[in-house]
Design a protein around this ligand. Structure first.
Ligand SMILES: Cc1cc2nc3c(=O)[nH]c(=O)nc-3n(C[C@H](O)[C@H](O)[C@H](O)COP(=O)(O)OP(=O)(O)OC[C@H]3O[C@@H](n4cnc5c(N)ncnc54)[C@H](O)[C@@H]3O)c2cc1C
Length: 521
């Protein structure tokens, strides 16, 4: 009798973790007709998935680790993803200045090989090798839309202007930008549209494993109310907490573990007046990016440091800020100091522990580990934003659900051509002439064609209710709460949008107060 009851009330899949991997799996599974519950202890994308470098990329530097499989996988995905989310993702041409002093990380297999056969290079990364790497990068992943690598004479090109005079040559190559937190949220929105139950601020606190089903206890992080759920299969997509959930909450013995590697970014006022990002090689063998960010800023990162503390307590240290500022000083004429940093963020990469000694060298590929000693448990280790969709396909195939469907299916609002954002912006402006060009573009870049639904019958700006600051209106906040699981001002200002960057403390407080009052009423 008990068994039958569980059979009737169990969902097929209970997913722990509302990051990109959990939400990607929820969407794919719900679209295949499975019953799905996803629980997230904080807001969607509150952890690693909103703290990335925000790139759909193959990861040029992983070629030096001979991770050809990962790079090919990721490169192939770039264009697939760009086509299904042309609102939140767009191509970028990365500028790589070349300078003879740039060195390898001496732990990479490529560096070791070069040291063996060309010892006179003394760890330097030669330009011909970079060109070879970019050639492989161009040809490994079935590139059709994105333009190939080309050489740059920096003295004759606008991208050379902010750089120091010593940089004469460089290359430019393609990768794509993605609004990482929006990617997560839109996957959750689509999962819900297919019937998945998405529970935020809900933490899994314990679970009991039966032969054919799981009994799972969750605690609402606001009301502290507990609830019991039943599921045939658990997917543990808890990112940096994957090993804790496995050992302490699900109480499953496993030798598998995760290596936590912190990466930090800083945001400074715009350092250059063009839309191309830079990839910079350091004298320590590392690379960092300096990228145009939210119109008015430059985003710089990342670092790579082993992280031993709780993944919740992750912040950019003063050492990391100094490191990034010093790195930039090698390249740019305009110096930045820690005082220029407007905002910083840090995330913890949950890398599968493959036993290598160096944080930069740990594999970025994902490992899916299925445990069948009772009701099924699938643990997700590692992964990248770029590979979240194929990870979801592989995860579901491992569980016997292989009706793949997400490859050509646009995310909500992404039903237009990969390069159609300017046209959509013009259409939005034509329908809502009271918007400014920047405002319309921001709405298309966040909501795509759903911006029309959000603005509805508005004829005047005043029809959108209170305008807080940075063109954030009552209508937009209401939309985010009603359709995108937003509950607090942080959810709105720092994840579903990045408008917090453009507001002062008083304006942020006003949004916060207003949302608290709305929740109460
Ligand atoms: C600095 C940095 C830069 C990066 N840049 C890139 C990049 O440019 N491109 C790229 O492709 N990849 C990048 N990555 C990698 C990518 O961001 C991660 O691989 C990815 O976001 C991991 O997603 P996730 O869903 O596994 O984890 P998370 O996003 O961390 O999600 C796990 C979630 O599980 C929740 N959770 C944990 N325990 C519980 C519980 N008991 N109950 C309920 N919920 C729970 C957490 O709150 C969390 O939200 C970067 C990573 C870092 C750190």
């Amino acid at each position: 009798m008990l068994k039958e009851f569980k059979k009737d009330t169990s969902v097929d899949l209970f997913i722990i973790g509302g990051g990109v991997n959990g939400c990607g799996i929820a969407r794919d599974a719900a679209g295949q007709g499975l019953s799905v519950t996803l629980v997230e202890m904080g807001d969607l994308a509150n952890a690693t998935s909103s703290s990335s470098s925000k790139l759909f990329h193959g990861g040029l530097r992983y070629l030096e680790y001979f991770e050809f499989g990962l790079v090919r996988h990721a490169l192939t995905e770039r264009e697939t993803l760009l086509k299904v989310m042309p609102h939140i993702s767009w191509p970028m041409r990365f500028v790589m200045p070349i300078y003879p002093k740039m060195r390898f990380d001496n732990m990479t297999p490529t560096s070791r090989l070069l040291t063996m056969f060309m010892p006179w290079m003394k760890g330097r990364r030669p330009a011909w090798l970079i060109r070879l790497g970019l050639f492989i990068y161009d040809h490994l992943g079935g590139r059709k839309i994105l333009p190939a690598t080309s050489s740059l004479k920096l003295a004759e090109h606008s991208v050379g202007r902010p750089l120091k005079d010593k940089f004469h040559r460089g290359y430019e190559y393609s990768d794509c930008w993605v609004q990482d937190a929006r990617l997560v949220v839109l996957n959750a929105v689509d999962a819900a549209a297919y019937g998945a139950s998405i529970l935020t601020r809900t933490k899994v606190v314990s679970a009991t494993r039966h032969p054919t089903f799981w009994e799972i206890k969750t605690e609402d992080q606001i009301t502290k109310l507990c609830k019991t759920h039943y599921a045939h299969t658990i997917v543990n997509a808890a990112g940096p907490w994957v090993a804790d959930v496995l050992g302490q909450i699900l109480r499953v013995n496993s030798a598998e573990t995760v290596r936590l590697v912190r990466g930090s970014h800083i945001v400074v006022p715009k350092m250059f007046n063009h839309d191309q990002p830079y990839i910079l090689q350091g004298t320590d063998g590392r690379i960092i990016f300096a990228m145009p960010y939210e119109d008015e800023f430059t985003l710089i990162g990342t670092t790579d440091v082993d992280h031993d503390a709780d993944p919740r307590n992750v912040e950019c240290t003063t050492e990391e800020i100094a490191y990034l500022c010093n790195f930039m000083a090698e390249y740019f004429t305009e110096e930045i100091t820690p005082n220029d940093v407007i905002w910083s963020y840090s995330g913890v990469r949950p890398l599968y522990d493959d036993g290598v000694s160096d944080a930069s060298a740990a594999t970025r590929d994902y490992v899916l580990s299925l445990n069948t000693e009772g009701a099924y448990l699938l643990n997700i280790f590692g992964g990248k934003i770029t590979t979240y969709r194929v990870l979801a396909e592989d995860a579901l195939a491992k569980l016997g659900h292989d009706k793949t469907w997400t490859k050509g299916a646009p995310l909500p609002g992404g039903n237009f051509e990969w390069n159609g954002a300017p046209e959509q912006t013009s259409k939005l402006l034509a329908s809502y002439p009271f918007l400014s060009q920047d405002w319309a573009l921001r709405l298309i870049r966040n909501y795509g064609t759903l911006a029309f639904d959000m603005l509805g019958k508005a004829k005047h700006k005043s029809d959108l209710g209170i305008e807080f600051a940075a063109n954030l209106t009552e209508t937009e906040i209401n939309w985010l709460c009603a359709n995108e699981f937003a509950r607090t001002s942080d959810d709105v200002l720092w994840r579903r949008t990045k408008l917090g960057l453009k507001m002062n403390v008083h304006e942020i407080k006003a949004v916060d107060q207003w949302m608290i009052e709305q929740e109460r009423s």
